[in-house]
Design a protein around this ligand. Structure first.
Ligand code: SAH
Ligand code: SF4
Length: 398
């Protein structure tokens, strides 16, 4: 695929005014909400469930967003739907493709905000890294997103819309009337909530969107193929198990409260022991369901041999089924840390591995397009800056 125009294109579009007469979006509604909306529109109660099933399949099984394509509905009913609703997902502003096949999309959501979505292909499968907020209210000191002021939570439509957008781009919707073949590898086989934002601070929208992703009459991703990454919002961890049921990753990053208070300030609210207790209680259906400990390797900060032993100790003491994902720090301009040396990272990995835990080192992907974790801010900021410049040049002020 050819790389498309640079990410700064089309920054002239100014934020849209929110239109109070705007029609509700069917995308992002739960089945119950859609049923209620159809009944409101005048659909008979007895028929509403069937209509939801039909519309759901068109939208989420076959990726159709045009009511006229819904050929098992009468023309009149389709016209009625079009009068009352829209089927909308975020608009792709630009797409960059890395030499290694990683795709980074910039999508625009209502209000003119922009969010990044990254697709990472691997052996005929692939992981989509999606965002849950514009920016983040938390201020982890190594994270570029954390330096950006939160603009807002994404809606469920905007969250599941990122998945639908990527399926469009990968051309992965099955033909109408057929189903996704579960025996075939899927290009978009996994979702990770590891983009911008803290998903557990936008719980309901993330939950509703992931329920849609897992729905057996739609996108049909197994709950085991969805991983939610949190910085450690302890009270919402049990809720994640109950209400979403996906796998969990935790931004652990430090082995003492003193260091974790600095790196992941939410630690001052819920400290390491409270966090570990919540993780130990996270239910799993099978032994293969381990919690991923994300650990960013920061030179001289959290990468000592003692740290590695303490990390293993924490996990053992709480009997957590875990794997440890070591992330070489992605440096960004002005970052207060440096990446640990490869030797350090490998020595750290060896200690964990010898203790009996998988300790993969995350391979940098999409570096040439700045698609890496924690960098999902730069392009947006760049785009913002140039919009400001454009406005200034046009004498509009900022
Ligand atoms: N807010 C959530 C999910 C988004 S961040 C969370 O914090 O878990 C996804 C992962 O990337 C987290 O583990 C985060 O700590 C890590 N990360 C952030 N900035 C990074 C950077 N500059 N280098 C490496 N990893 C980073
Ligand atoms: Fe927010 Fe996660 Fe970045 Fe922390 S690491 S600032 S929680 S996005």
């Amino acid at each position: 695929m050819e790389p498309t125009a640079p990410i700064t294109q089309d920054v002239l579009t100014l934020p849209r005014k929110d239109d109070p007469s705007a029609k509700p979006n069917l995308v992002g509604m739960t089945r119950d909400a859609m049923r209620a909306a159809l009944i409101d529109m005048g659909t008979k109660e007895k028929q509403a469930k069937m209509r939801v099933n039909q519309i759901w399949q068109w939208i989420y099984q076959w990726g159709k967003r045009d009511f006229d394509a819904m050929t098992n509905l009468s023309k009149d009913y389709r016209a009625q739907l079009a009068d009352h609703f829209v089927i909308e997902i975020p608009e792709v502003v630009s797409k960059l493709v890395s030499d290694d096949g990683t795709r980074k999309y910039l999508v625009r959501i209502a209000g003119g905000h922009e969010v990044e979505v990254v697709y990472i292909p691997e052996d005929g499968r692939g992981t989509l890294c999606i965002s849950s907020q514009v920016g983040c209210t938390l201020t982890c000191t190594f994270c570029h997103t954390g330096t950006q002021k939160l603009v807002r939570n994404l809606t469920a439509a905007e969250i599941i819309g990122q998945v639908m957008m990527a399926r469009d781009d990968l051309n992965e919707w099955p033909e109408p009337g057929t189903r996704t073949d579960q025996n075939q590898p899927r290009l978009l086989s996994n979702i990770v909530l590891m983009g911008m934002g803290e998903p557990l601070y936008n719980f309901e929208n993330v939950r509703d969107a992931m329920k849609i992703a897992m729905d057996p009459e739609g996108i049909q991703l197994s709950r085991r193929r969805i991983t939610l990454s949190t910085s450690g919002v302890v009270p919402e961890i049990a809720r994640t198990a109950d209400e979403i049921g996906c796998l969990l990753a935790i931004s652990f990053h430090a082995t003492t409260d003193e260091v974790r208070d600095k790196l992941v300030p939410i630690n001052k609210r819920w400290n390491i022991e409270e966090l570990l207790a919540a993780l130990a209680a996270y239910p799993k259906v099978s032994n293969s369901e381990r919690i991923t400990f994300e650990y960013v390797m920061l030179n001289g900060v959290n990468d000592s041999v003692e740290d590695a032993h303490r990390l293993v100790d924490h996990i053992k003491r709480h009997e957590i089924a875990a794997k440890i994902n070591l992330i070489p720090f992605n440096e960004w301009p002005g970052a207060p840390y440096k990446r640990s040396s490869n030797n350090r990272i490998h020595a750290f990995a060896d200690i964990i591995h010898e203790a009996g835990y998988a300790s993969p080192i995350r391979r940098p992907r999409g570096e040439d397009i700045m698609a890496a974790c924690g960098q999902l801010k730069s392009a947006t900021e760049r785009a913002r800056k140039s919009r400001k410049q454009i406005e200034a040049e046009a004498g509009m002020g900022s």
